[in-house]
Design a protein around this ligand. Sequence first.
Ligand code: NDP
Length: 359
Amino acid sequence: MSASHHSAPVTSAPVCVTGSAGYIASHVVAQLLARGYCVRGTVRSLRKEKEKDIAHLRALPDADTHLELVEADLMKPGSFDGAVAGCEYVMHTASPYMLNAQDPQKDLVDPAVQGTRTVLESCKKAGSVRRVVLTSSMAAITDEPESDHVLTEADWNTKSTLERNAYYLSKTLAEKAGWRFIEEEKPGFDLVVINPFLVIGPSLSAAINTSPQMFLDLLVGAYPGIMNLAWGFVDVRDVARAHVLAIETQAAHGRYICANTAITMRELVELLRASGYEGYKLPNLGLDCGVGDYVVKLSSYLQPKGIGSYLRTHVGRVPRFDHSKIQRELGLSFLPLKQSILDTLADLKTWGHIAPPKA
Ligand code: NDP
């Protein structure tokens, strides 16, 4: 842990966190409150019927005195003016995350890209903002990992389109819009970008994020077999800490790959089998071979569009990446991967998402 992490809060003004009820953002808010910051979180709706979606934020320690929630929508120009007014630090995490959008332009790209611009424009108008931390993604670094290339912060996803990995496209264009805004507008604040890989770990609310959902799918037999897939995971608690370190480390700059180590589907299934989940419908059939890759790619055309294109671009590829910059410059250390994986499953059980195995 870096020395800066023990220092006093770097601002007495509220830190604005957009999309604060989300899976990652809730942890960011929790850690900011625990560090003594005042937080202004944005949510799409504060209406009474939506109260259950934000109850987990209101229940956080110190929320009653240090957390203020305001409404803002990525698709409404000027919507974030009030949210960022007077803030020195803004964390822009809000962006739709789904692999299977009905209308990828409207559901994914527009809110991601226009939303980023809208938030940055409000920050410029505010005049008080010193730094914006943007939650980008590994999806902005690569569309399909090449096994013979170690990905670094210098890499950009150049392949995604609306038809192919539209969520990836939305994250790539949103991050680019962020850098372009800084370059063209010279708004008087800097941008620091966190690029997490697949985020797992305990959730502060009952909602199941797209990434942990994968573990559920594994347990209920949704996968026909063990495919030649490998995932780069990172714990949500580490991602949240990276956001806090990004404001507390004055010299932070540029992009930061935020990923622990990669694990193959076979290794993951074996870990689950050895950790008390052997009674569930874990996949057995070995499709992690040349013929298997062929079968998976063919059958991917029967899957919903977003999932199909994910499979076709990831089967047979082990992501390789250099995660040293975030450790070196921000002093972030990663929780052990095995702990993150088992904590995710334990948490899914706690929330009642995993029922006991059928006899
Ligand atoms: P969540 O779905 O939990 O959070 C997304 C947040 O974005 C929600 O708070 C949602 O608000 C908000 N949002 C979506 N559309 C709008 C809109 N039109 N106006 C205002 N707010 C909106 O997902 P995550 O916590 O996983 O995602 C947070 C960020 O992290 C995103 O930028 C995502 O791309 C990025 N990321 C996530 C990874 C992962 O594996 N989970 C990996 C890499 C990056 P509401 O609660 O109202 O729906």
